[in-house]
Design a protein around this ligand. Structure first.
Ligand code: SF4
Length: 289
């Protein structure tokens, strides 16, 4: 016997006038996992719609790739020019809303329009953390005082990120300079872990295409991003303990050092920056023997 009162419209209106509430059970949705296709087809209107919505929602949750997976899959198939375009138009994290320019990176071998899609293996890859105010304004990594310090150091190493020295022959070794994050965190705050995670596929694709012989990681976040799969709990290790030795990213040697902006605030650390650069030079020379 059904527990449901069989009331017509007029009787319900009367009970409502008397302040008596009558609950009407809504039609029960079928058990999603037990209902077969024939059951679905015999149900009408709301029930079928609700079921289908539930199925769609379940299917969407099950197969929808994350933004990170989409970026990784996409970036893995891009050539240099395609990668640059993907990064330039990227909106995968919130930094896209406050950036003025995306900072893809610059290098001696890809500095002219004629050669921007011709990728040759590069000797050096220098990786900083994220664009600051000046980098965001100019769309280039390492500009301003930190950039000058880097350029001075590179000059002492017989390197140039523009590929040319004034009144001097072209440097023998090629170099590309970029950051972990391609967009500026507002107020120069530290990169958030999720921002680093979203942006890493681009750096990983840059590394795959550039095939650097050595990577110089400048700053804590660059070191953590590049060594996260090589060193357990790398985020808990102070940068001072990571520098001064040669790490590995796959087969590529990685030397960690201080970020030039940090050195400008802590000038006694300049000697360590130079010592790490010398270690990287010696490592590269050894691998080329
Ligand atoms: S920081 Fe990286 S992931 Fe975020 S919007 Fe810029 S390019 Fe995309």
């Amino acid at each position: 016997m059904s527990d449901t009162l069989q009331l017509d419209k007029r009787q319900r209106a009367m009970l409502a006038e008397m302040g008596v509430r009558v609950w009407t059970p809504i039609e029960q949705a079928p058990e999603i996992h037990n209902a077969g296709p024939s059951t679905i087809q015999t149900k009408k209107s709301q029930t079928t719609t609700a079921y289908q919505a539930a199925v769609n929602a379940t299917a969407t949750v099950a197969v929808k790739p994350t933004d990170f997976e989409v970026i990784t899959q996409t970036a893995n198939n891009l050539d240099w020019l395609g990668l640059r375009e993907a990064v330039t138009s990227c909106q995968a994290c919130g930094l896209c809303t406050s950036r003025r320019n995306v900072v893809f990176g610059t290098g001696s071998h890809v500095s002219t329009p004629d050669t921007k899609n011709e990728i040759q293996p590069v000797d050096w890859l220098i990786v900083g953390e994220a664009p600051g105010e000046n980098e965001d304004a100019e769309g280039e990594p390492f500009v301003g005082q930190a950039g000058q310090l880097l350029d001075n150091m590179l000059r002492a190493m017989q390197l140039s990120r523009t590929g040319e020295f004034l009144n001097a022959p072209k440097p023998a070794q090629s170099i590309f300079v970029t950051n972990v994050l391609k967009c500026r965190p507002p107020g120069n705050r530290n990169p958030a872990p999720e921002e680093v995670a979203q942006c890493m596929p681009y750096l990983e694709r840059q590394i795959a295409l550039l095939q650097p012989k050595i990577i110089l990681a400048m700053g804590r976040f660059a070191a953590q991003a590049l060594l996260r799969n090589s060193i357990d709990k790398v985020e808990a290790i102070p940068l001072g303990k990571l520098r001064g030795q040669v790490h590995r990213l796959g087969n590529t040697p990685v030397v960690v050092t201080y970020h030039p902006a940090y050195v400008l605030r802590n000038l006694p650390e300049k000697a360590k920056l130079w010592a790490d650069a010398c270690l990287a030079m010696a490592t590269l020379n050894t691998t080329q023997l």
